[in-house]
Write a new protein. Sequence first.
Length: 156
Amino acid sequence: MIRITMAFVLLVAMAVPAPVAAQESEEAAVMAAVEAMFDAMRAGDSAAMRAVLHPAATGASVSVREGVPTLDREESLDGFVQAVGTPHEEVWDERIWDAEVRVDGNLATAWMKYAFYLGDQFSHCGVDAFQLFKGEDGWKVFHIADTRRREGCETP
């Protein structure tokens, strides 16, 4: 009986790390998609940006203007993608840290702090919140939401 119990405990112990490793792998894949988006921004590459976005991707931005909380929604990110690919003098550099990723099947959320720079010049900061869908072609961002402020910013 002791041998059966020991064999069962050993079998369970060996099986537990596999789901954890799979979850960590999915979280890494989600962050790779997010990083690819920021790499595309820095490169000014609209094709690379489009490759990481779901065709129906939307966006929203929360800010405060003249003391009033404001929600701006984008039903399409086509204008954003076009702006990324339009030549501009400064590099659009969104630096992220403290990323948290949650995955449940084919749905993922990535939440992180950011500071946005135009070239070397600080522009604004806030939090990015991404919703991603995993289809046959991997993780794609289907919604981007962020907060934006110029004061009270922390940077890494």
